[in-house]
Design a protein around this ligand. Structure first.
Ligand code: FAD
Length: 625
């Protein structure tokens, strides 16, 4: 049955973080898009922690924003606390993080999507896929509808055959209070896809009115707040809500251990792998048995709600054990539970089955994005969603795919890692995964990506103009610093205050500004600097750009050179369906892996585990190099 007469350009299945960005991107690129999701009230629902950003993830949100995605704008509009993490380290490590109002976040996303042209919505559950040979042509829904499309993006998150566990209870579900999704995995497996199982977990939510904050340590947001979106319409927070820090103790651990025999993690009911870097509390006390306490951050779920997220206490132990153990945490003696913690197992698909465009290798016009690809985290999901949305739209316009390189964006690193290496456990981004992290900073995502987003038709002219102006002013300031000298009398008081060696002749400002011990703001009282900044309307963002440029010029140059060298290998293209089995001088392991992954370039081949430098030399000879 089909009540839908339209053949859509793009159907997005699932309105989570990946699906929402995918729908926005494809619709904004002019593709007639339908977002089908199980519950229209839960668009971009934060299943776990009500926070966006954090180490490496904050960079991703800024990249999404720079390209013209919505996650940064929504986060700014709904934030209740902001922190720039790692500010004491170099700028490559600075990572913005914001706590969000969970309910406002979902509402704001829905409003933004409703204001997007070319985008239709439909609430139903997709339970089957329509194929014409090895092409997707639409979807089937639980209500029995068939809806046709040129391309389909699946972003089903943790819902595919989702199984929720609390203690010895297990039941089907995609997230607390929501049903699982069935039919999609089965249809894909019939077409030859390889599926696997992963798991993740979430902590209890409690009534903030039942907690004793006098026993906890207040964690306020940053005094100087920043924002995620580069758009001037997005504003940094002026008011914030505090979080609170407390700790587990040996009594808490003993109570938790009492439930281990009923834990689905330890009694074998959960077999699948969970996120290594977000372990459950039972996992932490088991793996780090000598540690007598673990941090617990108590985080408000919004501006007005009393609901608190107990960060660090993710668990699937039985309710009575959760209840008893948590009461031994300082400040939680009289706690009232709103929701118990739980774990969930779900299907994922090895991302090595995808091309760089996130289109599947087996079925043309079918794209996967988000947790279905073995990742964890809203930011990782949103980034893939945006890229899948862009590439599905480009496919319908018969244009080449849009692929970001590893030296251009964390999004490039994320997708390249996934499709080249696959993942055996939920994949999350870290700065250490990016070999060019000095280039991929949160402060310059707009300079790196907005011109590309504009070319695609995704980032607005307003964004591009802002980037051009930012670059112009940064160059102007650097030029001023390079040309302008300061006298001893102007600079020595600043150096003296910092116990630094004084100068005995006038010196160019850029040489002094490059010193790691000095911050540019310390020069603001030098008259000629003050006048220049005022006359040219130079703000903090521009000063930061110029300062990073001067202080880290050596590192930036080195990474650019390395990237250029690697990009030369990126240009050595391997023809599609190249038969590695015929190349007997390749190692057996390399042949097997190369045949499976089918890399598109020598550079990608070199990143596959099991492919050695000598295998690469062999391939280079074959490619005529
Ligand atoms: P989701 O946000 O899960 O969205 C999927 C959407 O698709 C939902 O709206 C759903 O209704 C819809 N949908 C699914 N199937 C269908 C269908 N067949 N038809 C129509 N609509 C469908 N991340 C972390 O980084 N750290 C954590 O500690 C963490 N813990 C988590 C704990 C739990 C219990 C859960 C559920 C998730 C956790 N996550 C965690 C993961 C985080 O929520 C996801 O990474 C992120 O939400 C993935 O985004 P997504 O868009 O891929 O999927």
């Amino acid at each position: 049955m089909s009540l839908f007469t339209t053949i859509y350009d793009v159907i997005v299945v699932g309105g989570g973080h990946a699906g929402s960005e995918a729908a926005a991107a494809s619709a904004n690129m002019g593709a007639h898009t339908l977002l089908i999701t199980m519950n229209l009230q839960n668009i971009a629902q934060m299943s776990c922690n009500p926070a966006m950003g954090g180490i490496a993830k904050g960079q991703i949100v800024r990249e999404i924003d720079a390209l013209g995605g919505y996650s940064g704008i929504v986060t700014d509009k709904t934030a209740i606390q902001f922190k720039m993490l790692n500010k004491s380290k170099g700028p490559a490590m600075w990572s913005p993080r914001a706590q969000s109002d969970r309910m406002q976040f979902a509402e704001c996303w829905r409003t933004m999507l409703e204001q997007t042209e070319n985008l239709d919505f439909y609430q139903d559950s997709v339970n089957g896929l329509l194929f014409d040979e090895n092409k997707i042509i639409g979807v089937k829904t639980a209500l029995g509808l068939e809806i046709k499309a040129k391309t389909v993006i699946i972003t089903a998150g943790t819902f595919l055959n989702g199984l929720i566990h609390i203690g010895d209870k297990s039941f089907g579900g995609g997230r607390a209070g929501e049903g699982a999704s069935t039919g999609i995995t089965e249809d894909l497996v019939k077409k030859g896809f390889e599926s696997g199982r992963m798991k993740t977990g979430t902590p209890p939510r409690v009534d903030g009115r039942s907690l004793d904050y006098s026993k906890m340590i207040e964690q306020p947001g940053d005094e100087i707040t920043e924002k995620f979106s580069y758009l001037p319409t997005s504003k940094a927070l002026t008011e914030q809500r505090s979080c609170w820090l407390t700790y587990t103790n040996l009594n808490v651990h003993d109570s938790l251990r009492e439930g281990f025999d009923r834990s689905p993690m330890f009694n074998g009911r959960i077999q699948s792998t969970g996120p290594r870097y977000c372990p459950s509390i039972e996992d932490k006390i088991d793996r780090f048995a000598t540690k007598d306490r673990h941090q617990i951050f108590v985080e408000p779920e919004g501006w007005t709600t009393c609901e608190m997220y107990v960060n660090g206490f993710s668990t699937s132990l039985p309710e009575d054990i959760q209840d008893k153990a948590i009461r031994s945490i300082e400040g939680f003696e009289n706690v009232k539970f709103l929701r118990y913690g739980y774990a969930i197992e779900y299907d994922f698909f090895q991302p090595t089955q995808l091309k760089h465009s996130l289109e599947t290798k087996l079925i043309e016009n079918l794209f996967f994005a988000g947790q279905i690809n073995g990742t964890t985290g809203y930011e990782e999901a949103a980034a893939q969603g945006l890229m899948a949305g862009v590439n599905a739209a480009l496919k319908t316009q018969e244009k080449e795919p849009f692929i970001l390189k590893r030296n251009e964006a964390y999004i490039g690193v994320l997708i390249d890692d996934l499709i080249t290496k696959g993942t055996e456990e939920p994949y999350r981004m870290f700065t250490s995964r990016a070999e060019y992290r000095t280039l991929l900073r949160q402060d310059n995502a707009d300079l790196r990506l907005t011109p590309l987003g504009f070319e695609l038709g995704l980032a607005s002219k307003e964004r591009l103009d802002r980037v051009i102006e930012k670059q112009r002013k940064t160059d102007l300031l650097i030029n001023f610093l390079q040309k302008t000298s300061v006298k001893e009398a102007e600079i020595n008081p600043i150096l003296k205050a910092k116990n630094l060696a004084l100068i005995n002749q006038s010196m160019k400002l850029y040489k002094i500004a490059a010193r790691p011990q000095l911050e540019f703001s310390e020069f603001n009282n030098i008259e000629k600097v003050k006048v220049f900044l005022e006359e040219n309307n130079i703000d903090r963002e521009i000063i930061e750009q110029a300062e990073i440029h001067l202080k880290y010029a050596g590192y930036i140059e080195k990474e650019k050179n390395n990237a250029d060298k690697l990009n030369r290998l990126e240009n050595v293209v391997i023809p599609s369906s190249f038969n590695y089995s015929k190349v007997k001088s390749l190692s057996y392991e390399a042949r097997e892996k190369l045949n499976k992954i089918q890399p598109t370039s020598i550079s990608q081949a070199s990143r596959i585990s099991g492919v050695s430098p000598s295998d690469i030399s062999v391939l280079l000879v074959y490619m005529g190099r």
